[in-house]
Design a protein around this ligand. Sequence first.
Ligand code: AKG
Ligand code: FE2
Length: 272
Amino acid sequence: MIPDFLTDHEKELSDSFLKKKYVIVPAESMSSLHAIRKKIATTAADLLGKSIQDDKEIDSFLNNIHHHVSGKELNDIRVKIIVEMNREPWFRKAYYDVARVALSMLAGNELVMQRRINLSIQLPNDDSSLLPVHADVWAGDSPYEIVLWIPLVDCYETKSMFIANADVDEQIQAKFKQFQGKSTEDLFNTIEKDVEFLRVPYGSVLLFSQNVMHGNRINRENTTRWSMNCRFKNILTPYHGKKLCEFFEPITIRPLTRVGMSYKLPEDFYEE
Ligand SMILES: O=C(O)CCC(=O)C(=O)O
Ligand SMILES: [Fe+2]
């Protein structure tokens, strides 16, 4: 029998991910998560001419932002926040720190990270920034990517994103030709009974394979959703449309990989 090299915890996480193509785990660094949330909330407050006095107000400010901004104004504010947050030198490292152990267990310890972290804001009953059912791999992403999705408020039901049951997803993608010419809404209707809206409270994170169909619907809760997403992959896995150094930046490359990558065989080595 082949000996098992993984620890019990690694096995548990791996089995769960292989079965459902996602896991939800506690944040590994609450201080990094709080710092990220504070940066985003204070940037939003500044843009809206509001002020946040103490950390306790942040949760309520984010959940209730729809009292201060309309769907129309929202995208402009969202884009400005994305620029501001990605400009902070500490931000991407803090993002990674929120799930570094889980990422290494699921994707490896030599990782590249998407250069730009994305932010989604979904106001209650607003249809202006929806992401219909999709798999990112259909649009140029590599099947070797994992998405680290981090909520800034408690996410559940339609305030969260949905993901298809992994077995149903596989069956549908295998007979995808049948959906040619049909709308994404038709596709959603087909899988609706087999999707799960993920319950991810603030303080937990979601890691999922974007090969599986996922997306969001109109937020029917009475509070606003705030979440971030960012892709990671093992540096040595194949790339597709999203290229190394353009879209992805190496973050944890080990010395031996650098040594191997920069080694050049002596010239004419193979000639007699
Ligand atoms: O946040 C969502 O609702 C969807 C996110 C998504 O599609 C992604 O991160 O690939
Ligand atoms: Fe996606």
